[in-house]
Design a protein around this ligand. Structure first.
Ligand SMILES: Nc1ncnc2c1ncn2[C@@H]1O[C@H](COP(=O)(O)OP(=O)(O)O)[C@@H](O)[C@H]1O
Ligand SMILES: [Mg+2]
Length: 306
């Protein structure tokens, strides 16, 4: 069964002076159990709208969203979900410990289990020392970490996280990535949004890119990276002291010992044929690829032109 299933999902908001905003223009997407899915898009693309529809916090204009096969309109669909909203704000007179206990009680957790899990998650999110202080005195990063702690306490199977790394320093971001990888190793499904490609490259199985309410790419991370190979940087030890071209390609750098050639994919075979015929030695071949950031930027730019 798919953990999350989104079909032809559309959302239109009423804007100012009778205008309509098409925030989502028909999105199809499924996320399997055990999968980590990165939902990547620039600000205003429709990430939070999608997430709120999946969480049943908004009603779709048309289309459906389901969690574990249950329609998002039914509260039952959220029983096995941990949800982090964008910009989480909590009852700030409560302490982190009290808030986690409150969340545990909503999920009808047994008292002993709740106490044990609460300690685990507060320690994991580096909130143990501050656990008894009212949250109004917490920094933005601490509030964000409470937001993550409350998704973990009842050990759900599905995690829906709206920008989980936002507002965190590099140590906090690394912690969140670690937690996501840990959930993945335990077979959990994680669906999270971000506008930062770095966040998805190391943790996600698949990535969907949303621009202006439409899904413009959906693929496994390794496929995106593989499709981005543009050429090779070939390091050669030449038979002659002077650097020379092969198959019409001149060296981009020459140290006297090793010469480096940038060879586009299409020219690779003829280049290597010429090198072999010359008796030169290949020292190293580096793959030159477009990274995920370039891929993302090119999609966003072409989306914005349309
Ligand atoms: N409640 C709302 N009323 C009107 N427009 C909205 C509302 N919520 C979101 N939008 C608009 O929908 C679009 C998508 O917003 P959002 O889903 O928050 O984007 P993201 O999370 O990707 O930054 C934006 O143009 C935003 O202004
Ligand atoms: Mg958002």
């Amino acid at each position: 069964m798919n953990a999350i299933e989104i079909k032809s999902l559309c959302k239109q908001f009423s804007g100012k002076r009778m205008t309509k905003v098409d925030a989502l223009k028909g999105i199809d997407l499924t996320v399997e159990a055990g999968e980590v899915f990165g939902f990547l898009g620039p600000n205003g693309a429709g990430k939070s709208t999608t997430i709120k529809l999946v969480m049943g916090l908004l009603r779709p204009t048309s289309g459906t969203a389901r969690i574990m096969g249950i329609d998002a309109a039914q509260a039952e669909s959220r029983r096995h979900v941990g949800y982090l909203p964008e910009n989480p704000a909590f009852y700030d007179y409560l302490s982190a410990e009290e808030y986690i206990a409150f969340v545990g009680s909503l999920f009808k957790m047994d008292g002993n289990l709740l106490a044990k899990r609460s300690e685990e998650v507060l320690k994991r999110l580096d909130l143990w020392e501050a656990r008894k202080r009212p949250m109004r005195g917490y920094s933005k990063g601490m509030v964000q970490r409470v937001g993550l702690a409350q998704t973990l306490v009842h050990d759900p199977d599905v995690y829906i996280l709206d920008e989980p790394m936002s507002g965190l320093d590099p140590i906090g971001r690394a912690l969140v990535k670690d937690i996501i990888l840990d959930l993945k190793s335990r077979g959990k499904c994680v669906f999270f949004s971000t506008h930062i490609t770095d966040d998805v490259e190391k943790v996600c199985d698949r990535v969907g890119v949303i621009v202006k309410g439409s899904l413009v790419a959906l693929d496994r991370v390794e496929n995106i990276l593989r499709s981005g190979v543009e050429g090779y940087l070939v390091h050669l030890q030449l038979t002659e002291p002077e650097s020379r071209p092969f198959a019409g390609i001149s060296a981009v750098r020459w140290s006297g010992v090793v010469s480096e050639y940038y060879v586009p994919c299409a020219a690779f075979n003829s280049f290597m044929g010429d090198v072999n015929a010359s008796g030169s030695t290949v020292v190293l071949v580096e793959t030159k690829r477009r990274d995920l950031e370039d891929f993302f930027l090119s999609l966003v730019r072409s989306g914005q032109e349309s």
